[in-house]
Write a protein that binds this ligand. Structure first.
Ligand code: FAD
Ligand code: NAI
Length: 476
């Protein structure tokens, strides 16, 4: 019968949320299909997000280090250090292609059916897939998981052409290093991709509507330390400022008209390249949500019941960037696993209190849990423990000692409420803090855990020691 032919799960979208859900479904014995329209798997993250940006951050860090950081170690290159942008981009593309092809391999290995094409809901149990050549087929299914992700948000008055006025996608593809770059929006994308081009030689100016960079979730002290570091690297910041218009000049480059966020006197700023990084919006175009009655909210997110991921239509679920919550690949992946476990009749759970955030600049910025200000506002009595990287032996030996580790702990129980790190490799250092919070550890648990010497992770241990009343750190 037709029902016997039906899939157990059709996942629409092959990003970190969707492809992980499809693989997990197959691993749990469900017949799973993943529908993806862009021609390659991996979604925003692998194709135009996490992975290509990290490839360029790594390459540009190596270049900057070679140019400015190595001489003091006695390393000389016998000539000027130069960058070939084409070669740098070719390596990035190779990394991306290897990884996206790798997911196709994982699909084969796990028995996930990969339906190439754009998916549209035609009923609660049917997804119509239109392939590149226009042919259509309908897949029947018991359950649908929507994982269609997000795209850059448009900014009125600033028309993106992906060459001179670019989103993150264009900023990952520039053909040469601009002399000047204006970054609209001082969030994660602006600071990471601004760093790439700043290291390669561009003068970067960040225009931020809000009074501070990095949004609301970051600890104030960490933000100040980070912003100071970026300024030292040559970033200019125009805070409390909005862009009124962007006009492309015939001879190349752009004239931006700026105004204080609250209104007032206008000024202009010239830039060779403008990066628009003012956030992303959920992507549901052409998905047929209205036709089957799947509700969305004012922000365009698919409305779900927390933890069960149920939309307004039974058997249709949604995860990742297309629903509420932080737009992060690891959050999408956790949700993908959780929903499939639930469909398979198991318990699936995502702990939203321990989703880490990392900004992959140099130094990196990484945090999990509550900021000091949030804890204060909640009226919780707390203890702060801090340790500067400058007092960590390995960081000093590595000549990479800018930054700090900060713990915010409950005064009564010692439990870790938040961990905040600025350091080279902060993203890796944070993992033990996330684990500690997941296990409900106290600062003393971390402080009494033996850490290898000499490692930068000892700074985490020492910050935890500083957060234990009556204990304190040894080296600071
Ligand atoms: P997406 O990755 O957006 O995937 C959705 C997929 O669905 C897309 O491939 C799309 O083509 C497909 N699709 C959409 N509609 C349909 C349809 N109707 N039919 C078929 N297919 C469809 N996050 C991190 O955690 N760490 C980082 O370092 C990081 N860096 C980033 C850097 C940049 C420049 C950007 C832009 C984002 C970055 N992110 C990072 C965010 C991360 O990429 C997203 O949070 C993540 O990709 C969301 O996963 P998702 O599966 O929900 O959606
Ligand atoms: P964002 O939300 O992080 O930052 C946008 C910034 O632009 C905010 O500071 C906001 O105040 C500002 N802004 C908004 N409108 C403005 C305007 N009109 N003029 C000037 N400033 C304005 O968004 P971003 O950087 O575009 O990133 C999108 C998403 O991608 C984020 O949610 C992030 O989670 C994800 N991402 C994650 C990365 C990571 O985990 N390392 C890296 C890159 C992206």
């Amino acid at each position: 019968t037709a029902d016997d032919d039906a899939r157990d799960v059709v996942v629409v979208g092959g990003g970190p949320g969707g492809y992980v859900a499809a693989i997990k479904a197959a691993q749990l014995g469900l017949r799973a299909t993943c529908v993806e329209g862009r021609g390659t798997l991996g979604g925003t993250c692998l194709n135009v997000g996490c992975i290509p940006s990290k490839a360029l951050l790594n390459a540009s860090h190596k270049y900057e280090d070679a140019k400015h950081g190595m001489a003091k170690h006695g390393i000389a290159f016998g000539g000027e250090v130069t960058i070939d942008v084409g070669t740098m981009m070719a390596h990035k593309t190779k990394a991306v292609t290897g990884l996206t092809k790798g997911i196709e391999g994982l699909f084969k290995k796990n028995g996930v059916d990969y339906a190439k094409g754009w998916g549209r809901l035609t009923s609660a149990n049917e997804v119509e897939v239109t392939s590149e050549d226009g042919t259509k087929r309908t897949i029947k299914t018991k359950n649908v998981i929507l994982a269609t992700g997000s795209v850059p948000a448009e900014l009125p008055g600033v028309d993106v052409d992906e060459e001179t006025i670019v989103t993150s996608t264009g900023a990952l593809e520039l053909k040469r290093v601009p002399k000047t770059m204006a970054v609209i929006g001082g969030g994660v994308i602006g600071l990471e991709l601004g760093s790439v081009w700043s290291r390669l030689g561009a003068k970067v100016t960040v225009i931020e509507f809000a009074p501070a960079i990095c949004g609301a979730g970051i600890d104030d002290e960490i933000r100040t330390t980070f912003q100071r570091s970026l300024k030292k690297q040559g970033f200019d910041f125009k805070l409390n400022t909005k862009v009124v218009s962007a006009v492309k000049k015939p001879e190349g480059g752009v004239t931006l008209t700026l105004e204080p966020s609250a209104g007032g006197e206008q000024t202009t700023l010239e830039a060779d390249i403008v990066l628009v990084s003012t956030g992303r919006r959920p992507f549901t175009d052409g998905l047929g949500l209205e036709d089957v009655g799947v509700e969305t909210n004012k922000k365009g997110q698919v409305v779900i019941e927390p933890h069960s991921f149920k939309t307004s239509v039974p058997n249709i679920y949604a995860i990742g960037d297309v629903v509420e919550g932080p737009m992060l690949a690891h959050k999408a992946e956790e949700e993908g696993v959780s929903i499939v476990e639930q469909i398979a009749g198991k318990k699936g759970h995502v702990n939203y209190d321990t989703i880490p955030s990392v900004i992959y600049t140099h130094p990196e910025v990484a945090w999990v849990g509550k900021t000091e200000a949030q804890v204060k506002e909640m009226g919780i009595e707390y203890v702060v423990g801090k340790f500067p990287l400058a007092a960590n032996s390995r960081a000093r030996a590595n000549d990479d000692s800018e930054g700090v580790v900060k713990f915010v702990c409950d005064k009564a129980t010692g439990k870790v409420l938040g961990a905040h790190i600025v350091a080279g490799g902060a993203g890796e250092l944070l993992a033990e803090c996330v684990l500690a919070m997941e296990y409900g550890a106290t600062a003393e648990d971390i402080a009494r855990t033996c850490h290898s010497h000499p490692t930068v992770s000892e700074a985490v241990k020492e910050a935890a020691m500083a957060a234990v009343p009556g204990m304190g750190s040894i080296h600071f």
